[in-house]
Structures are given as C-alpha cells and as structure tokens.
Write a protein that binds this ligand. Sequence first.
Ligand SMILES: Cc1ncc(C[n+]2csc(CCOP(=O)(O)OP(=O)(O)O)c2C)c(N)n1
Ligand SMILES: [Mg+2]
Length: 326
Amino acid sequence: MAAKTTVGVPKETALALYEKMLLTRLFEQRLDLMYKGGDILGGLLLGTGNEAVSVGATSALGKGDIIAPTHRGIGAHFVRGETPKGMLLQILGRAEGGTRGRDNTQHQGSMKLGIIGMISHLGATPTTAAGCALAFKIRKQPNVAMGFTGDGATSLGDFHETLNMASVMNLPYVMIIENNQWAYSTPPQKQYKCAKLSDRSMSYGMPGFTIDGTDVELVYTTVKHAVDRARKGDGPTLIETVTMRLRGHSAADGAPYVPKSMLEEWNAKHPVDIHMKKLTERGWLSDEQNKELVERLNSEIEEAVKYAKQAPYPEGHSLLDGVYAD
Ligand SMILES: Cc1ncc(C[n+]2csc(CCOP(=O)(O)OP(=O)(O)O)c2C)c(N)n1
Ligand SMILES: [Mg+2]
C-alpha cells in the first residue's frame, strides 16, 4: 500500500512520545560513553536513528498487551515501564539485572511489563509474540501482541511462517519491520528484491504499509490503527518503518561500508530532532522546558549509573539458579 503522509496527535501524546524518545537518546549516549570508558564489556547495540519506531509503535499499545522488541529496542522497554536503572543493571551484568547477571545485552524480558526478551536468535521472538496472540484469542482476552524484526531478519523462514499463521488464524497481532537499511554490512539490495518489504503482506492476505520511520507521530497513528483493528478481531497487520542505522552494527563497528553521504542525509533528519522541532513550532515546547527536561532525564540516568556501577555481580554459587524450572 502507498506510504501515508504525516498526521498530528494530541499535545499530551506528542509530548509523551518526545520524552520517551529523548530518554532513549540520552541513555544511549551515556551507554556509548560507558562503553568507550571500558565500563561495558562485550558488545553494545544501539538503536540510534530508530527511536521513533521503538517508542511510537509501543506507545500505541495498552495494559496487558505484549511486545517482542529487537536488540535495538531500548525505547520500547522504556515505554513498557522499564527504567534506566533496570536497563543498566542488565547491561552491566549485575545480579539484580533482568537476566540476573547471566548476560549483559538487551536480552531481558519481563512478564510484569509484557516484554518477551530478545534471545539473540533473530526471528524467534516475533514468532513467540504470535504465540501470545494465539493465547489471547483462545482465552478471549482483549489483548494484542506486537512482534518487531529488522530488515535482515525478514529473510528468515520464521518471519514468513509467523505472518502466514497469524493471518490464517486471524490473530490479534502486529508485525513491525524496522528497516534501518543495514543488516550488519548487508544493504537492502543484497537482502531482498521486492520494492517494499510491506509488499510481502499481500501473499499472506493481510494489510501492509510502508511508512517513514523517522516520524514518530506517523508511526504512532499507523500502528494505533493496526492495534485497534487487531483488538476488534479483524486480524494482523504488517508495518514496515523505514529508518537508518546511524551507528555501526555494534559500538565496536565503525561501519566503513556505509557511504558518508547516506549517513549525513539521515543524520540531518534524526527522529528526535525532527519531533522536537515540530513541538517547538506548535508552541508546545519552549527552549526552557526542553532544557529542564534534558536535565531531569540526565539526572535520572546519572543516578542509575551510580547505582548500577556499585551493584554486585552474581555470586558463583548461584550459577545454576534458574536453569531448571521448580
Ligand atoms: C538466526 C540468526 N542468524 C544470524 C544472527 C547474527 N546476527 C545478529 S544481528 C544480525 C543482523 C540483523 O540485521 P537486521 O535484522 O536488519 O537488524 P538490525 O541489526 O539492523 O537492527 C545478524 C545477522 C542471529 N543473531 N540469529
Ligand atoms: Mg537492519
């Protein structure tokens, strides 16, 4: 289907979207500094450039709904109620973290917050979310499940099987493709041959849209429509959001394979900057209010850093805890 044009949302929603996107950006900037300072071991995957998708899409959901974010979905975790402190305890591998210090990437989930933890195997978690949608349907619960996938992971069988099953079973499910135009160093032309990834919805008999993933209000309203439709029992929708991965695959990847001009073009339309500009133009956010917001969020982040840095690692004797179900 044709890409939609931008649409406004009420002031309160627009400001809430901005706050969560800004928190995501500031938090990721802090993570980057910690990584460079040697505080974060192993890999660090950032969602820079993807803030409008992770925040906009999940903001369209309600209580009791379920998401399966990707490895770039810090914004999605924040929208569902995760805090910088909770995220950092996980990323620093501390005992109090989501995986109890067993892992230090964004592989954390939360039954309480309705988050299926990304488990590294691409394709597995959006499929699991479709399973949750089936459970909602069987239990006659009025909830929706949302799966996220990168452009690269749409080449996996899991993606196609999930969409087919969700459509045949008319599940309350929404699949979001975060097309950031790179899968490690693989660009779209080496990944797929259809014009738009949303074209694939046709073969599964469901609606599909391709939208500008840098416009948070457009992401929110398009996804909200799909969520409402799913909740009413009208079945799944596929939404492709087009963005750009503004960093390397991981913090260790300088991404020399990305053309400089492409980076410059997309950096100039950073989703957080674009939304801030819109809010300012509408008279909904003054420079002073923005400054206060940045200060408040940064101080919340600094408190989280202080807490997480001194938090203990897991004890050796706890190694087998949680391996087997009681
Ligand atoms: C099944 C599987 N194959 C390969 C990998 C290794 N891998 C991790 S991230 C990644 C690139 C994924 O690209 P994309 O889906 O576009 O997501 P992005 O990283 O761009 O957000 C690959 C190949 C994996 N984790 N799981
Ligand atoms: Mg990608």
